[in-house]
Design a protein around this ligand. Structure first.
Ligand code: ZN
Length: 255
């Protein structure tokens, strides 16, 4: 019974991931997310129903369009597998509950944001701005956060990153963090509460620095190469869902 449930949650996650792919590709282009149905960007052929099975279709087609053999982006199976994994892990963490549902919606929003930021270096306002009140509501109603924890999360999240960006700009005379990161951090603060922001900012900066240095070494680019920050903020926020409370207990002896 347990194993069947795990498979079910992973499958639902993969199907949702397939929809997240559509969002990642269509939101930056301002296209409808419902119509037209999926089609090959090169030859325009509609994707057949039986070629639309998450992950499996990509493997059967060996990553190529059935009609014109154009390569299909690796992002499709990757996001589907990632969403399946997150669905499964969140189910293991929260069980079948509204906490699971809230956290899964939050994680899905972050997957879309992270991939759009990675591809286009923008964080779409269409997700982060409505995300602030939506995740405030979910956090207070389902995640046992107090109104103040969430509200302070929004204010400090929006405010402290704004301050960091402001100081960074004065010192380096270069725009570092975009306004999109600030709205995203306000959204994260809304769902995770203000106490999470220490962890989220520290972990994402550390991760960003490691990856940034690695990119500089491998690609030989200098510091001007802007690594988008949204994916690191997203990874840190999802990590906080799983280990945040324990880390905070360890660091500050409270909670
Ligand atoms: Zn094609």
């Amino acid at each position: 019974m347990g194993a069947l449930l795990y498979i079910l949650f992973a499958c639902v996650g993969a199907v949702v991931g397939s929809f997240l792919n559509v969002l990642v590709f269509r939101i930056p282009e301002g296209k409808s997310i419902v119509l037209p149905s999926s089609h090959c960007p090169k030859c325009g052929h509609a994707v057949r129903v039986y070629d639309n099975i998450p992950i499996i279709s990509y493997l059967i087609l060996r990553g190529k369009c059935r009609d014109c053999h154009e390569k299909i982006s690796m992002q499709y199976p990757f996001v589907e597998a990632l969403t399946a994994l997150m669905s499964l892990l969140l189910f293991l963490k929260f069980g079948l509950s509204l906490k699971f549902l809230s956290s899964f919606i939050f994680t899905c929003a972050l997957i879309v944001i992270a991939f759009i930021d990675f591809r286009h270096q923008i964080i779409p306002d269409v997700i982060s701005l409505p995300g602030i009140p939506v995740f405030f509501g979910l956090a207070v109603i389902f995640m046992n956060l107090t109104v103040w924890e969430s509200l302070l999360g929004i204010l400090i999240g929006g405010g402290c990153l704004f301050a960091v960006a402001f100081v960074y700009e004065i010192i380096t005379k270069r725009e570092g963090m975009g306004g999109g990161d600030i709205k995203l951090l306000a959204m994260l603060g809304a769902f995770l509460g203000w106490k999470s922001l220490f962890f989220v900012l520290f972990a994402s900066s550390l991760l960003g620095a490691v990856v940034g240095v690695a990119v500089m070494v491998i690609k030989g680019q200098d510091m001007k190469y802007a690594v988008p920050f949204g994916p690191f903020l997203s990874i840190a926020a999802v990590a906080y869902l799983f280990v945040g409370a324990d880390v905070m207990k360890f660091l500050f002896f409270y909670y």
